[in-house]
Design a protein around this ligand. Structure first.
Ligand SMILES: C[S@@+](CC[C@H](N)C(=O)[O-])C[C@H]1O[C@@H](n2cnc3c(N)ncnc32)[C@H](O)[C@@H]1O
Length: 351
């Protein structure tokens, strides 16, 4: 074939299959990172570089997969490396050093530890969840709520609360700084878990007083956190069940990743309770992975909704358009959306 003939031939666009492999085999990368977190690899590297052999000793690993494991983490961008194999010195990448060292306040590994221990095996039954519409976690056999089931074990309770804080901390900081609290003085965080949202709001808005409201099993952890941060004068911890007990009156009610745990009727009950507790002009602030109205962009929000299929009896994530319908039905006058970190947003309904 001559050069001239090659040029005349119509150029056909080659369809690229790489996304299929990358996502289809994505569990390889995911499980490699989850295992590294579980082994506390990034915590071991937080004080400085270590060789492959030093890591082998510290993590109690076999020779065979050692360099493939460590170098896969280099390729995935979680580790940095000088040298090769026997001469290699490994260190944490910048984000791993800040967010995956267990001894740093910004540690985000709690959610990854929980993903490794609970979600990874439960997601193996996604097909069953899709066919039956039923949860695939611990509640599969006992029919209890996921919270009662996890909270029956003190170590799982602590792990769960820590992991919630890990996912939401960036959002809590951003909301506390971006939302204008100047017209308000009191706030109640429904399902406030370890009290981290209330803590961030009072730290960044010293005129605010907050109540963090959650189930009784959670109160000791919230009290410990609030007292450790020296915020006991600003944040009170209140125990109760937001479906059965009265919730405190406040200028602002917040709910972080609460509505997605529940079905439509339960979502509406919680929104109505929040509405009744607010004064005229008060704000309900919902912090979630709000799905885009066209349901095609916020992948994490859509996958989180599948996670709610695995974890809850009727929960699901939602779009701003969905929320607006519920807010209008409840009586709120208007809603505002405020993007937070990554796939998360705050959606604010004003009474
Ligand atoms: C998904 S976690 C979200 C925690 C926190 N708001 C956040 O944004 O990370 C749901 C929280 O709701 C609390 N919760 C569940 N059912 C509750 C109930 N009936 N009454 C009060 N709190 C409840 C749980 O204990 C848990 O802390």
């Amino acid at each position: 074939m001559t050069v001239a003939e090659t040029i005349k031939k119509p150029v056909t666009k080659q369809v690229d299959p790489s996304k299929i492999m990358q996502i289809g085999m994505g569990f390889w990368a995911s499980k490699t990172v989850l295992t590294a977190v579980n082994l506390e690899l990034f915590t071991h590297l937080s004080q400085g570089e270590l060789s492959g052999l030093e890591l082998k000793e510290k993590l109690n690993l076999h020779d065979r997969g050692l360099y493939d494991f460590l170098d896969a983490l280099v390729a995935l961008g979680f580790l940095k490396r000088r040298g090769l194999k026997a001469t290699a010195m490994y260190s944490n990448a910048e984000d791993a050093q800040v967010f995956l060292d267990k001894n740093k306040p910004g540690y985000m590994g709690g959610i990854l530890e929980m993903a490794n221990q609970r979600l990874y095996p439960f997601w193996n039954n996604l097909e069953n969840a899709l066919k039956t519409g039923t949860p695939q976690n611990e509640t599969k056999t006992n029919g209890e709520s996921v919270f009662n089931t996890i909270y029956a074990y003190p170590d799982r309770l602590r792990e769960f609360i820590k992991s919630m804080a890990g996912i939401q901390m960036g959002n809590f900081m951003k909301l506390s700084n971006m939302f204008d609290f100047s017209d308000y003085t009191t706030l109640c965080d429904l399902g406030g878990a370890g009290g981290h949202l209330s803590a961030q709001i009072t730290l960044n808005n010293p005129h605010m007083y907050c109540v963090t409201f959650d189930l009784p099993q959670v109160s000791t952890i919230a009290e410990e956190n609030i007292s450790m941060m020296g915020l006991s004068e600003k944040v009170s911890v209140l125990s109760g069940d937001f479906f059965y007990d009265e919730i405190p009156k406040a200028d602002v009610i917040t709910m972080g990743n609460i509505l997605h745990d529940w079905d439509t009727n339960e979502k509406m009950v919680l929104m109505k309770k929040a509405y009744d507790s607010l004064p005229q002009g008060g704000a309900l602030i919902v912090i979630e992975n709000i799905i885009d109205d066209n349901r095609s962009q916020n992948t994490f929000g859509l996958l989180m909704s599948l996670n709610m299929l695995i974890e809850t009896q009727g929960g699901y994530d939602f779009s701003a358009a969905d929320f607006n319908v519920w807010a209008r039905k409840t009586g709120f006058s208007r809603t505002i959306i405020m993007p937070l970190t990554g796939p998360s947003s705050a959606i604010i309904a004003i009474k």
